[in-house]
Design a protein around this ligand. Structure first.
Ligand code: FCB
Length: 437
């Protein structure tokens, strides 16, 4: 059971659960095109046990029971993503009717159950033919993405509650082009600098395209980490500032101030695309809301041996989740109040928050994790942050990217052999919160 109460959050506060297409749908048929996660996961060494999202949770077929689970928990909303390669198999051009029909069924299914559709356009499954043209390194991705965004608006805009352009631009760019941990798996600073700009430029172009089609209630989902120095030394503080620059400031400054931080631009140097300045007005197109994903803090020290970004993560000593991520609810409060004080007063939703836990239906640590982070949202709200909603990650145990099926984030357990769903204690805790009003 949670100690927080629904009424503490205010009447219109939205509670939901979140997922992403590649992590749950499976259903790689009916004309769906290939994505970068298909090839990345089929390349040895990239994912746990060589696992891919080919089957995942078979949400493509089992979505009615998954929507029933959302409804039975008492959630107001479902944050889901659309698969670009399912809708436009080549990334541009011909549209796949069966893909369109699938999201028609899914969105109508939400509305029939009184669940508000919170759509995300891009949660990492880039159509492979676009990667062949350079993917996020190619400036043209802004127009490819804007065309896809316009299509979604034309087909579903009348039924969607909110649209987010990109999920976690840091992961799309830095994690996937510098650290090489996610598709397409590059480790290249020039690729990174380009992706870090193009991902936000594409976001801005998509917002413009959706508005041109009459769409509204548009946002972006950024992920944040609370970066802390390992010691009080000036060097470690500098390392924390740099970590904050890569992870948080780049995206916040770009989207809300229309300029990238000077120290980060200096680090990227002439790897930045020429003339990027001219795009900053589009990057910072005013938004209707901001999505905040938060999981953990990071403690760092200065390491002069690391070129460009002399930042070394170290053990912080707090209790960790199965991902090895430290549990630090205060970081969520800090992030939300910082955004509210320094960047924007537009409505904010926590669009992802949750933890990986060992397999099992009884998950008291997860119940506490949620309760403490919900309390952090209340604390931020009481300090003036414009909090409008909270989404648990995730509805189901699912394909956790490079970690394969080895890490379980679900409120609902999934037996991948039988596809049987079983609610966990954390699901019941939300049910208790949401039905007791
Ligand atoms: C976030 C992703 C989401 C999931 C969680 C654990 O970075 O947006 O798809 O993998 O982490």
């Amino acid at each position: 059971m949670f100690s927080v109460k629904r009424e503490d959050f205010g009447k219109d506060f939205v509670f939901g659960a979140a997922t992403a297409a590649y992590q749950i749908e499976g259903g790689q048929l009916d004309g769906r095109g290939p994505s970068i996660w298909d090839s990345f996961s089929r390349t040895p060494g990239n994912t746990h046990n060589f696992e891919s999202g080919v089957q995942a949770c078979d949400h493509y077929n089992l979505w009615p029971q998954d929507l029933d689970l959302i409804q039975d928990a008492g959630f107001d909303a479902y944050r889901f993503s659309l698969s670009w390669p399912r809708l436009i198999p080549e990334g541009t051009g011909t549209v796949n009717q069966k893909g369109l029909d699938y999201y028609d069924r899914l969105i109508d299914g939400m509305l029939e159950r009184n669940i508000k559709p919170f759509a995300t356009l891009y949660h990492w499954d880039l159509p492979s033919p676009l990667q062949d043209k350079g993917g996020w390194m190619n400036r043209d991705i802004a127009s490819w993405f804007a065309d896809y965004a316009a299509l979604v608006q034309q087909k579903y805009g009348d039924r969607i509650e909110t649209t987010a352009t990109i999920n976690e631009p840091w992961c799309v760019s830095f994690l996937s082009h510098f650290l090489g941990a996610h598709a397409p798996g590059y480790k290249d600073i020039r690729a990174t600098a380009r992706a870090m700009h193009h991902v936000l430029f594409a976001h801005g172009k998509a917002v413009e395209a959706i508005r041109a089609e009459g769409g509204d209630n548009l946002g972006i989902v950024l992920n944040f980490e609370w970066d802390m120095p390992a010691t009080d030394s000036a060097d470690d503080k500098k390392a924390a500032h740099i970590a904050d620059g890569i992870f948080n400031r780049w995206f916040l400054d770009g989207v809300f101030k229309g300029q990238y931080p000077d120290d980060m631009l200096e680090a990227f140097g002439d790897n930045m695309p020429k003339g990027f300045d001219a795009d900053m007005k589009t990057v910072s197109t005013p938004l209707d809301w901001l999505g905040v994903n938060y999981y953990t803090r990071r403690v760092v020290e200065y390491d002069a041996n690391l070129p460009v970004f002399p930042v070394k993560p170290v053990e912080g000593g707090l209790e960790t989740t199965e991902m090895g991520w430290e549990i630090f609810p205060k970081g969520l409060e800090n992030i939300l109040t910082r955004i509210s004080d320094d960047y924007t007063k537009i409505p904010m939703y926590v669009t992802e928050n949750g933890m990986a836990e060992v397999e099992g239906m009884d998950d008291p640590r997860r119940v506490k994790y949620y309760n403490d982070h919900l309390q952090a949202v209340l604390d931020a709200k009481s300090k003036g942050a414009n909090m409008q909603g909270y989404f648990a990650w995730s509805l189901l145990d699912n394909y956790e990217w490079a970690e394969g099926y080895n890490k379980r984030f679900g409120l609902v357990h999934v037996d991948y052999e039988t596809q049987k769903r079983t609610p966990k204690a954390s699901y019941r805790a939300f049910q208790g919160l949401l039905h007791n009003t």
